[in-house]
Design a binder for this molecule. Structure first.
Ligand SMILES: Cc1cc2nc3c(=O)[nH]c(=O)nc-3n(C[C@H](O)[C@H](O)[C@H](O)COP(=O)(O)O)c2cc1C
Length: 312
């Protein structure tokens, strides 16, 4: 059976900011090379390409998981050539491996994971699932901090509101967001149908306001949201790729447990609010992604460019 096609289909299901899909793949007989597509790095929201590398890290984990579920081990060499920083990884195909039911569940979850921007129910995420999310991050060398203390959650909510306001008032950010918000007729970008309702006044969390959302009804969101921050110990390109792998393992762990997630990236996209968030969390690690988890109603899948378009 062809291993490569399903592995590439899994890779492109990774999340990416504004669904930019900033990846390319080169396939040869015994390896898949993963490259950063610089033309798809967001110049305003992500000028350093940090979020693009997180996304490619997520795509790399999907490749590994899909190969493993097909009974093939792989070995990943991140940033193999320091003179070519856009050459993000070589995924070497290795010998056969045993496939556990957990491997199969993870690979299946790749297709069902999606960002869910709708309100979650008030049912709390149980402690054992919270712990499996934390463990998933640490398996890939990252730290997932659960903002369970009300003062810390309030601190994050204030930063989120401030960052959302700054991005809302930034014409360059808004122009970029409009370019990547679609009516669903493209294979990239965020379809308007993937947006949620507007949070009612007084809601704790400011979700990103996508163009066209101002006419939407307002809704109450969950009263006690589970908000988490995924961090790394350094902020190098290598750490960002590793944290992307952790991000995807955390999201898929949530998916297999029936828990939905959405991103609240505004505070990590602005250097000053990112610094403040870092201080809020103790000043040691570098916050890379802010995620909200909960029980939600199914969200629709967003489109992707096909493997034939992104791989050669
Ligand atoms: C690093 C990163 C940051 C993101 N930030 C946000 C965000 O702030 N708000 C949001 O609604 N979605 C955010 N997303 C989600 C993307 O918009 C989403 O992954 C993309 O549209 C594809 O949809 P899917 O996740 O449902 O497959 C982010 C995704 C990544 C990987």
């Amino acid at each position: 059976m062809d291993l490569i096609q399903p592995a590439l289909e899994a890779a492109v299901r990774a999340p990416s900011p504004h669904n930019t899909q900033p990846w390319r793949f080169e396939v040869t007989s015994d390896r898949i090379d993963v490259l950063l597509d610089r033309e798809r790095v967001l110049p305003v929201a992500d000028p350093e390409g940090r979020e693009a590398r997180l996304s490619c890290g997520a795509a790399i984990l999907n490749l590994q998981l899909a190969l493993r579920a097909a009974g093939r081990a792989s070995a990943v060499h991140l940033l193999p050539d320091r003179r070519r920083p856009a050459h993000l990884a070589i995924v070497w195909l290795q010998g056969p491996c045993e496939v556990t039911p957990e491997d199969q569940a993870f690979a299946r979850a790749i297709r069902f994971r999606r960002s869910n921007r709708r309100p979650f129910t008030d049912r709390p995420v149980p402690a054992w699932i919270r712990q499996t999310l934390v463990r998933a991050a640490s398996l890939e060398g990252a730290t997932l901090t659960l903002l369970e203390h009300p003062a810390v959650l309030d601190g994050l909510a204030n930063l989120l509101r401030h960052a959302e306001h700054l991005q809302h008032e930034d014409p360059a950010f808004q122009a970029e967001l409009r370019r990547w918000t679609t009516d669903g007729g493209r294979r990239d970008g965020v379809p308007m149908s993937a947006g949620g309702p507007r949070p009612a006044p007084g809601n704790l969390l400011a979700l990103r306001a996508y163009p066209g959302s101002s006419g939407r009804p307002q809704r109450e969101f969950e009263r006690e949201p589970l908000v988490t921050v995924l961090s790394s110990f350094t902020d190098t390109p290598l750490a960002q790729l590793r944290t992307g792998q952790a991000l995807q393992r955390v999201l898929l762990t949530g998916t297999t447990a029936g828990v939905s997630a959405s991103f609240l990236s505004q505070p990590v996209e602005i250097p000053s609010t990112r610094d403040t968030l870092r201080e809020l969390l103790g000043g040691q690690a570098y916050p890379q992604a802010v995620l909200r988890f909960g029980y939600g109603f199914a969200a629709a899948a967003t489109p992707r460019r096909k493997p034939a378009v992104v791989a050669r």
